[in-house]
Write a protein that binds this ligand. Structure first.
Ligand SMILES: *Cc1c(COP(=O)(O)O)cnc(C)c1O
Length: 303
């Protein structure tokens, strides 16, 4: 069974660069990406209580869902193997002739991959779909896409315990990239009331995340949470999309800080963070902690 001592505590790494200095901003990144070589970033926090629940129910198999590049399926495959559980990954889209590195890794960890059409994938929460999967694979503990259920939110609350502030006064903000915003809901539920939590949505379109965050906070009985908001301005065309400006920005940040980013999540978060500093939306004198939620676990050579 995977236990807490298999993970390193995430370090807060402070970032120094001319833009931050010019605006009197203290910025550090909470390196959740460095807690484990294979189970990177926020995904472990979302999985942790789900795997405990699977164990409590004496489940032998866990099943979950994701796209072909799912960081969640990668983390689940590794965490299941280390926990002695069989894992099944339901993957959106037709089976490719050659598996990409994410799926190859998941399979090497022992995950059974099952590809379904985009149409079927959309119906993945239907009871009939679950029943068909049970007929095919036998009984399993079901973890929703991204590990984003209430146990995932509760597990993510632990992240708030790693926040440390250096400045005595001034606004305090925690920033993170949001896909389902389960991680954000967890952090908000446990964040000190004096700080504000800002999510940068990586999805295009109207904000569908805020109502879900409110529902999770209510379900946790969290009546007076820390202030929070979701910013939908920095998606760069939608999930997984990138462009030259974002790529250049990420390369510049990486060369100044030595901290790698990727374009799906953390690159967009940091882009938004710098844009909000430059526009004055983040006030001079603020202290920021940005969550490095991972997404680079397949660069295993960097370990
Ligand atoms: C999954 C993921 C997120 C999004 O987490 P949510 O809880 O779905 O909002 C953010 N960053 C990275 C690197 C991820 O892999």
């Amino acid at each position: 069974m995977l236990v807490d001592s298999d993970f390193s505590a995430p370090l807060l790494e402070s970032i120094d660069d001319p833009i931050l200095r010019a605006h009197d901003i203290a910025l550090s990144m909470l390196r959740l990406d460095r807690i484990h070589p294979q189970i990177s970033g926020n995904k472990w926090y979302k999985l942790k209580l789900n795997l405990l629940a699977a164990r409590a129910q004496a489940a032998l198999t866990v099943l979950s869902f994701g796209g072909a590049y799912s960081n969640h399926l990668v983390a689940l495959a590794a965490a299941s193997k280390l926990s002695g559980l069989r894992s099944i990954g339901i993957v959106r889209g037709e089976a490719p002739r050659v598996l990409n590195p994410a799926l190859q890794f998941a399979q090497q960890q022992g995950m059974t991959l099952h590809f379904v059409s985009r149409g079927d994938y959309r119906n993945k929460a239907d009871p009939e779909f679950t029943a068909a999967l049970e007929r095919r694979f036998g009984p399993f503990y079901l973890i929703p896409e991204g590990g984003s259920n209430l146990l995932g939110v509760q597990g993510s609350a632990e992240i708030a315990g790693h926040l440390r502030w250096q400045r005595e006064a001034g606004p305090r903000l925690v920033l993170m990239a949001c896909g389902t915003a389960a991680t954000l809901a967890g952090v908000v539920s446990a964040a000190p009331s004096g700080c504000e939590v800002v999510g940068i949505s990586v999805l295009k379109g109207p904000d569908s995340l805020s109502p879900q965050v409110s529902t999770w906070l209510q379900a946790l009985g969290c009546n007076a949470p820390a202030r929070w908001s979701i910013n939908t301005k920095f998606h760069h065309g939608g999930y997984g999309k990138t462009n030259a400006a974002l790529n250049d920005f990420m390369a510049g940040f990486e060369s100044r800080s030595g901290i790698p980013l990727e374009h799906v999540y953390t690159g967009k978060m940091m882009w938004g963070l710098y844009k909000m500093i430059e526009s004055g939306e983040i006030a001079q004198g603020s202290e920021l902690i940005a969550l490095h939620t991972g997404g680079l676990s397949l660069n295993i050579s960097s370990w």
